[in-house]
Design a protein around this ligand. Structure first.
Ligand SMILES: *Cc1c(COP(=O)(O)O)cnc(C)c1O
Length: 301
């Protein structure tokens, strides 16, 4: 590992796996939460796990400019901008849509950390999703290292697998929210044959995830016994869509357990998981770990 990455790794806090003591859970179900949100006050959750070995690779080939893409509230660009700032690397963020008249907390942060932002049309943004290699055209254009949307590439999975190795308890099922499915693919690669992964898609019409996750797992060279199950119907209308029942669930969950969730990823995952556990018998009497993938910075705006 590049010494700068090793140094940065040292600033991260332990992300404990804690039991969720919640009176509304059925007896016999043991639910734990892996608090990746506590890893770091700024780069929380799965974004560091995914970026660690990607940025390490960029440094190892002498590249000091990281280029990536994301939405206006992107946790991924937020983490990347901060890492760039910490390591003294240039960063460029290609952002979907027009620059908003009023900035938001995420955008303010990333620009204050020195990320250059480029706003592109939605159609161009969609095209950029086709570039998957670090030496792809959009990166070369800025003489930089290209990181696909959400950090989605086989190298990202190594860091995610470390997160699973960091869980000190025995479990049968591990549940998490999926955007690009990169984290789910990494988690799946780290499981033993008795364990299974359960993904909750936060986008509408996310059937593509099955294929994407399968491809990622294959490309990373991991042999796995079974592909994860991905539930596609807990999206609440689509990415970043709100609903009163979701908002109520998140605030009641926090009141009962003291654990904060956000509505884009972790809230939907936990809502879906509770729905399964409380209504379907085959999900009861299990030892389940839910991953808190972080993203709480997004609660600000
Ligand atoms: C980005 C993100 C995810 C989704 O991760 P993928 O690897 O793209 O599936 C989940 N939770 C949070 C909080 C995120 O910021």
């Amino acid at each position: 590992m590049h010494p700068d990455i090793a140094n940065l790794d040292r600033i991260f806090c332990p992300a404990p796996t804690v039991r969720i003591d919640d009176p509304i859970l059925p007896r016999g179900t043991t639910l734990w939460i892996k608090r990746e949100d506590l890893l770091h006050p700024i780069i929380s959750g799965n974004k560091w796990r995914k970026l660690k070995y990607v940025v390490d690779h960029a440094l190892s080939i002498g590249c000091n400019h990281l280029v990536s893409m994301g939405g206006l509230y992107s946790n991924h660009l937020h983490a990347l901008a901060y890492i760039g700032r910490k390591l003294g690397l240039k960063t460029t963020g290609i952002i979907r849509g027009e620059r908003p008249i009023q900035s938001n907390a995420t955008l303010q942060d990333i620009e204050s950390w020195g990320m250059s932002t480029v706003f592109v049309s939605r159609s161009l943004y969609r095209k950029l999703r086709e570039y998957k290699q670090w030496d792809s055209k959009p990166g070369k254009r800025y003489r930089g290292y290209w990181i696909p949307e959400g950090g989605c590439c086989p190298r990202a999975m190594t860091g995610v697998m470390e997160m699973v190795d960091d869980i000190p308890i025995e479990f049968q099922t591990i549940a998490l929210a999926c955007g690009t499915g990169t984290t789910l693919a990494g988690v799946t690669g780290a499981l033993n044959p008795q364990q299974n992964a359960l993904g909750f898609a936060v986008l509408k019409n996310a059937g593509f995830l099955n294929e994407d996750v399968k491809n990622l797992v294959t490309k990373s060279g991991n042999t796995i016994d079974q592909l994860p199950e991905i539930l596609l119907h807990y999206h609440f209308g689509g990415f970043a869509k709100q609903s009163p029942s979701l908002t109520a669930f998140i605030s009641e969950f926090e009141t009962r357990t003291g654990i904060p969730l956000e509505s884009i990823y972790t809230g939907k995952m936990m809502y879906g998981l509770y729905d399964l556990i409380t209504t379907q018998e085959n999900w009861q009497n299990q030892r389940i770990v839910a991953i808190h993938t972080g993203g709480l910075q997004g609660r600000r705006s």
